[in-house]
Design a protein around this ligand. Structure first.
Ligand code: ZN
Length: 341
């Protein structure tokens, strides 16, 4: 399988992360992408670089206000003179009708969902690089390709149209799906990351042309807490075009694959022209973020089940953290997929 990747991801090296009120090193480290690339290369997959598509693909998914914020935020934050190196929001508008603020402190709180998306000097450039990886992968399908993997870092599926969160800034999977709409009336996004793809759900919430499906650890006691519940089905034209499959914490291969079957039936009924897979590997039993318990061979079964849909498919890297088997798990998914196609 062709792999698209760029070294621009190294420009984003987040330091801050908070767990139950305690600061910890971020789990979203550049080393993740290095290990994924090394493992995929060693397994014989061809690696290509991305083309540059400029601002249009990200502007097709994200708001101009948010994109302006992301591009200039670090400079504006630093200009305060007494600020931290990385941007960390310390106030949020919450649930009451707010006014868009002028100050960089206010805009950070507006556009950042949590403390897991610190913005450093190179974050925007790295995020744009990941978006270019996603669009390059989508272009391969538009040119008649059958399947391709985009090694996107930073990941994207927690990013809304106007809000970063959970290690994510630009929603690479949503950008790929939107790009594929050029050639297909209907596109589906299937999110297999251990966390609910809340940003992707939010972006397509009112639309019936992009079906969003996410299988994930039950958010009643897992990030992102407020989204990912089964009752969230979309609104307006989008009602019925969002499917959430929350799974009990600790669910293993058999339970996960059983839950996938009705999701695949929904996907087939939607009859999309192309599929974007938000490929988190953090559902792994040994992942540091511990939510589900997929094994390394289980990932091959997931890859095979997705391949059996027979759809042109872009696999977009989401989560998956520094377990020794991280690279093996990617290779396992790709092997399972290519055993069918
Ligand atoms: Zn995740």
């Amino acid at each position: 399988m062709k792999i698209v990747q760029t070294d621009k991801h190294k420009l984003h090296d987040p330091q801050f992360f908070m767990v139950r009120g305690l600061p910890r090193p971020s789990a979203e480290q550049p080393e993740r992408a290095e290990r994924l690339l090394a493992a995929a290369s060693a397994a014989g997959h061809e690696v290509i670089g991305p083309d540059s598509f400029g601002p249009a693909p990200r502007a097709a998914v994200h708001t101009p206000e948010y994109l302006r914020f992301l591009e200039a935020a670090h400079r504006e934050w630093q200009a305060q003179g007494d600020a931290s190196e990385e941007i960390l929001a310390n106030i949020h508008p919450g649930r009451y009708p707010p006014t868009y603020p002028d100050s960089i402190v206010g805009r950070a709180g507006w556009h950042m969902a949590d403390t897991a998306c610190p913005i450093g000097a190179g974050t925007f450039e790295a995020a744009c690089g990941a978006a270019d990886v996603a669009v390059t992968a989508a272009e391969v399908l538009l040119d008649g390709g059958d399947h391709i993997y985009g090694l996107c870092r930073p990941p994207g599926h927690h990013a809304y149209a106007d809000m970063a969160g959970g290690f994510c800034f630009l929603n690479n999977a949503a950008i790929a799906a939107q790009h594929l709409r050029q050639a297909h009336d209907r596109v589906a996004v299937l999110d297999v990351d251990v966390h609910h793809g809340n940003g992707t759900q939010g972006i397509f919430w009112r639309r019936d042309d992009v079906l969003t499906i996410s299988l994930h650890a039950d958010p009643r006691n897992f990030y992102p807490f407020f989204w990912g519940h089964a009752a969230e089905r979309g609104e307006g034209d989008g009602e019925g075009y969002n499917l959430n499959v929350p799974l009990p914490l600790g669910t293993g291969d058999a339970g996960w694959l059983a839950a996938l079957q009705p999701a695949l039936a929904t996907l087939r009924a939607f009859a999309p022209g192309a599929l974007v897979v938000a490929l988190g590997l953090d559902a792994y039993e040994g992942d540091p973020l511990k939510g589900l318990a997929i094994t390394t061979p289980g990932f091959a079964q997931i890859g095979a089940a997705i391949a059996e849909l027979g759809l042109p498919t872009v696999l977009i890297q989401e989560g998956g953290y520094l377990a020794p088997e991280l690279g093996d798990n990617l290779v396992s998914v790709l092997k399972g997929f290519e055993a069918v196609r």
